[in-house]
Design a protein. Structure first.
Length: 258
């Protein structure tokens, strides 16, 4: 579903789903007019209450988990950018030519991640060889940093720590590329939606208009929550994604830095 435009997905769940529920509701009332008497409402009301609570808990769980993963992925990108900033700023203890080399590595990492890795993640590919090569070059550059004074030795250790953090944050970011709600949960959500809306349809009401409004409203609420879950299910794919803004700010801040 993430491959569909977000507008089309919204229409399917927020407009088409309630419309189908309305059509089904009218057909049921026409085929079984005795349902309007409401003789079965005691039993149907008890069942729909139980089913509705179970489905509401499941749907809320999926929405919360999807949002938490999206937020964590966004936070990880920010931490990745912070590690890059620290690598550059902690290079002040080294000679100017060394600082320039470190700055070039930082900018190359950020630009490669934005230009190459983000499009790859949008296609569901976890990582790219280009970024691996940049990390290898950065590792070799850090290994060749001078450590002639106690200050440089301390800063060299700090640079190594920040580099390890950068690698860790990038790996954590890539973990979210393939994360998502398991298919079995989507099946459960689909079946639960059909059952919940179905019981609302057979609930006895004499007023056709009131019954249609109630069923359509329930369908619309379920559709909206399903749409939200799908839209943020994969943080780096689709139209609602985690953007590389923190890395872009690293480039803009350090590109013209003295």
């Amino acid at each position: 579903m993430t491959a569909l435009p977000i507008g089309l997905t919204a229409v399917l769940f927020v407009v088409v789903l309630p419309a189908l529920a309305i059509v089904a509701q009218l057909l049921i009332r026409r085929s079984w007019p005795a349902l309007a008497d409401g003789e079965h409402n005691d039993v149907a009301g008890f069942i729909i209450a139980v089913v509705g609570v179970i489905y509401a808990v499941l749907l809320a769980f999926v929405v919360i988990v999807s949002w938490e993963d999206f937020s964590k992925a966004e936070s990880t990108v920010g931490q990745e950018a912070s590690a890059l900033r620290s690598i550059y700023r902690e290079s002040q203890a080294f000679p100017p030519d060394v600082r320039e080399h470190i700055r070039a590595d930082v900018l190359r990492y950020a630009s490669t991640a934005i230009d190459v890795e983000w499009p790859a993640m949008a296609e569901g590919k976890p990582g790219s060889p280009e970024v691996y090569r940049v990390l290898d070059d950065m590792s070799q550059s850090l290994a060749q940093l001078p450590a002639n004074t106690p200050v440089q030795q301390a800063y060299l250790g700090a640079e190594a720590d920040r580099f390890n953090q950068l690698v860790g944050f990038r790996s954590e970011r890539l973990d979210y590329v393939e994360k998502g709600v398991p298919n079995v949960l989507w099946i459960a959500l689909g079946v639960g939606a059909v059952v919940t809306i179905g019981f609302a349809m057979i609930f006895g009401l004499r007023s056709t208009m009131l019954h249609v409004i109630m069923t359509a409203s329930l369908s619309a609420v379920i559709g909206v929550l399903l749409f939200v879950s799908i839209a943020i299910d994969h943080p780096f794919a689709g139209d609602v994604v985690v953007d590389p803004a923190p890395l872009e700010r690293v480039i803009s801040d350090f590109r013209d830095a003295p």
